[in-house]
Design a protein around this ligand. Structure first.
Ligand code: ADP
Ligand code: ASP
Ligand code: MG
Length: 407
């Protein structure tokens, strides 16, 4: 007998027929003799709908009440799936974050899981019940409901699997695994049998939303054997997250990720002296703005220079406001911004051993007439900032250039 965690995303529980289908998949694991904890997302579209209501009432909503509202979506599906399981003769009970309890930080809207107490859930599993866990939610200090950031049910699932010391965690979604790039924009994208934790971490944090970044971190730290599988074709291969050592052929580039919704800010003619970066990024950090790529030009005269950085599009207005208020302390001549930017990244552990990988990216984009505005690199990825309108063209061209189209 094994202990397993299963997770079903929004499209997998989008209506009652799909919830019945999920119940059958869970029942299959129970019949095979396994103890099962199943984590569910809200029905597709429900979280967005609630976020819309909140923003309409007050764009500057209190994050703690945002959490109270959006956690409701997962409460509904956890209850419905428990009902569907009982209806086909499988004993099941629902678990909300506070009932487990799943403790989180106080960062409402994007709380981090701090501890999952497995005691009560384990007792219930021992009594023969399936544990149906509401994903995405936990309980913050002060006993307030918290949520884990968009896509957070993946993280709930891996954290539950780790706490229960489950033999594996199966993430069921609307694709049958992790692909070389988003199969929705590149028809020739190919499923990977395996992907290393390191590459998956980069893919997720650079925009591939098939797994939430934090879920990959937890899987890696706690060595949770994690797979991505299709709800609609569960026998299809899937993708296993594994250690780097388990990947035999280390290609220079194994995946391409993109993220729309990026914005760029440039400060023109800032003084070129020590302390200026602190004067710019200090107030931005205090305002909770996540700055991503940064480039500073060499100053021509040794006195004035330009600096460009990127942040999320939704944070652009706030960032500009912060910089205008700090304008005197920074001393720029002009502040410009562009809200329609995107970031394209190539990822691969083989990059460490292959020089010249970035060059192929630059020439491929240049051949398509796409201008690169900012570049950033790390050991296993290269990211470039381009105009958002070229995302699909860029991703397809790079996919072909790195021979990821080839079987
Ligand atoms: P769920 O609701 O099940 O959590 P998501 O929509 O969050 O599902 O994630 C699955 C989606 O991730 C896929 O439909 C696909 O469009 C997208 N995606 C982006 N990059 C990749 C990739 N490299 N491999 C697979 N799917 C990807
Ligand atoms: N329902 C949440 C969201 O839409 C969490 C999840 O689906 O993972 O972001
Ligand atoms: Mg998701």
């Amino acid at each position: 007998m094994a202990k397993i965690a299963m997770k079903f995303g929004g499209t997998s529980v989008a209506d009652l027929d799909r919830i019945r289908h999920v119940a059958e998949l869970v029942a299959g694991e129970v019949k095979a003799g396994n103890q099962v904890a199943v984590v569910v997302s809200a029905m597709a579209g429900e979280t967005n709908k609630m976020v819309g209501w909140i923003k309409e009432l007050d764009p500057l909503f209190p994050a703690v009440e945002y959490d109270t509202v959006v956690a409701a979506g997962e409460q509904v599906t956890a209850g419905l799936l428990a009902i569907a399981l009982n209806a086909i003769g499988v004993k099941a009970r629902s678990w909300l974050g506070w009932q487990i309890p799943m403790r989180t930080s106080a960062m409402h809207g994007s709380a981090r899981i701090e501890g999952v107490d497995p005691t009560e859930m384990n007792k219930s599993l021992e009594d023969g019940y399936v544990a149906v866990v509401a994903g995405f939610q936990g309980i913050a200090p002060g006993d307030r409901v918290a949520t884990l950031g968009r896509g957070g049910s993946d993280t709930s699932a891996v954290a539950v699997a780790a706490a229960l010391k489950a033999d594996r965690c199966d993430i069921y979604t609307d694709v049958d695994g992790v692909y070389t790039t988003d199969p929705r924009i590149v028809a020739k994208a190919r499923r990977m049998e395996k992907i290393s934790f390191e590459e998956m971490l980069e893919m997720a944090s650079l925009g591939a939303k098939v797994l939430q970044t934090r879920s990959v971190e937890i899987a890696m730290q706690h060595r949770v054997p994690t797979r991505v599988l299709s709800t609609f074709d569960p026998k299809a291969g899937g993708t296993l997250l594994c250690d780097e050592e388990d990947i035999v052929e280390k290609k220079p580039v194994t995946g391409i990720a993109y993220s729309r919704d990026e914005a760029k800010i440039t400060l023109l003619r800032i003084p070129d002296h020590p302390g200026i970066a602190a004067a710019i990024f200090g107030p931005l950090a205090d305002a909770g703005i996540n700055v991503d790529m940064i480039v500073q030009n060499v100053s021509e005269d040794g006195r004035k220079t330009d600096l460009t950085f990127t942040c999320g599009r939704s944070e652009l207005a706030k960032a500009l406001d912060v910089l205008e208020k700090a304008g005197e302390a920074i001393g720029y001549r002009e502040l410009t911004s562009d809200a329609n930017m995107a970031k394209i990244s190539i990822i691969g552990i083989g990059m460490r051993a292959h020089p010249g990988v970035a060059q192929t990216m630059f020439t491929t984009l240049s051949d398509k007439g796409i201008n690169i505005q900012v570049i950033s690199t790390s050991e296993i990825k290269v990211s470039v900032l381009i105009a958002e309108e070229y995302v699909e063209l860029a991703v397809r061209a790079l996919h072909a250039a790195y021979e990821l189209d080839k079987v």
